[in-house]
Design a protein around this ligand. Structure first.
Ligand code: MRU
Length: 378
């Protein structure tokens, strides 16, 4: 892994959080775990480095993880191609058995990468899509060498990235129809440009609105325990010149009660077929408060986050993380005795009844969600 310090980017909607290196053999990421104090780019080349970057949240946010996984599969394909090169006697004769060996190795690497975090569907979606592209390239597109297959996978990863940029733009446009100039918006965790590409999802309407001269007042929950709201959301909004006020998670109620919030905007990691939505731990509490105070609660995310194979929120696997994130991380001294038990789920599920609408690139989807999803996505 190679590190490189740079100045903080000027325009947050053009941040290059993930990109393939020039030679296509590694991925350059903006290390989100170092923000907001340090702007550090890391060059990652091995499966272990890719796994670690996802696991330790250097790369985070569901769509960003998906984009990263696409590029990771392309880089891993280039490694497999290099491994195979000496074994292929005649490159003109790339046999079915050679393809099966290429594909088997790449699938195994993809499986390991997929085990880095369980909740966001974008990780498995991107890996599956890349493997599907490799199969299609061999079976129907006539690509018959590891190098050609690798090149094809690079363009598939780039397509995933480009689609995300396009989707974020459409989500931002659709979300903007739900709010008006001067509104107060509460958000939880980080679903901005760092977690996606360009505008972000939950922050998309706010950033797009800002470009068009609209002023919103955003309350950003700090988002315990890993502080994505404090470290990333307030950083992005403040750099974009948006009026942002950072609050601790347990202050959302008083702010809502004061009448300063007209809508809640959050992202999503996996939406079940019935609309139950997994997002950062604490999101369901925000939704319950919003219902109590009569404030609309909106989930914003690309349609690839809707997982029709997952029937309800009860079927979503919730990642549990190291207790030290609660007790020690970010503190000069531990804030609890070593023997104290901790429960550290990284996500929770918001019941679909609490969600006013789900905003995807296809527009604003209102309940009943299952019917609406089937009509839109089949
Ligand atoms: O653990 P994280 O930081 O990856 O969690 C991120 C979230 O929960 C985001 O809200 C979600 O991934 C949507 S990002 C557009």
């Amino acid at each position: 892994m190679v590190g490189n310090k740079e100045k903080a980017p000027k325009d947050v909607t053009h941040v290059e959080n993930v990109r393939l290196s020039e030679n296509g053999h590694s991925i350059v990421i903006l290390d989100q775990s170092a923000l907001p104090n340090r702007t550090e780019y890391l060059t990652l080349s091995t499966l272990k480095e890719f796994y670690d970057a996802i696991f330790t949240l250097k790369v985070r946010g569901a769509p960003c993880i998906g984009i990263f996984a696409g590029y990771a599969m392309a880089v891993l394909a280039s490694h497999v191609a290099q491994e195979m090169a000496p074994k292929i006697k005649n490159p003109e004769e790339f046999s079915k058995a050679d393809f099966e060996s290429f594909f088997g190795r790449l699938s195994a690497l993809g499986e390991e990468l997929n085990s880095s975090r369980p909740t966001a569907v974008n990780l498995s979606y991107a890996i599956r899509r890349m493997l599907g592209a490799a199969q299609a390239a061999y079976a129907s597109e006539g690509l018959k060498s590891p190098e050609e297959l690798t090149e094809r996978l690079r363009s598939e990863a780039t397509a995933i990235h480009k689609e995300d940029i396009e989707m974020c733009r459409k989500i931002a446009e659709a979300g903007l129809t739900l709010i008006k100039d001067g509104d107060g918006i509460l958000t939880h965790c980080n679903a901005g440009p760092l977690a996606t590409s360009r505008y972000g999802t939950a922050l998309g309407p706010i950033l797009l609105g800002k470009e068009r001269g609209l002023e919103f007042h955003v309350f950003a929950d700090e988002t315990r325990p890993l502080l994505q709201g404090a470290r990333l959301t307030s950083y992005e909004l403040s750099k974009a010149g948006v009026d942002v006020t950072l609050i601790c998670d347990n202050m959302a109620s008083i702010v809502m009660k004061s009448g300063k919030v007209q809508a809640c905007f959050v992202g999503c990691d996996r939406v079940a077929a019935n609309g139950d939505t997994a997002n950062k731990i604490g999101t369901s509490g925000v939704a319950i408060l919003a219902k109590h105070y009569g404030i609309p609660f909106y989930v914003l995310g690309p349609s690839s986050t809707i997982d029709m194979a997952t029937k309800t929120g009860a079927d979503i696997v919730i990642e549990e993380r190291n207790p030290d994130e609660i007790k020690k991380k970010f503190y000069a001294e531990p804030m609890a005795l070593p023997e104290v038990k901790c429960y550290n789920p990284a996500f929770d599920v918001t019941d679909h009844e609490l969600i006013t609408a789900i905003v995807t690139e296809k527009g604003v989807i209102r309940p009943p969600y299952e019917e609406a999803f089937r009509a839109l996505f089949g």
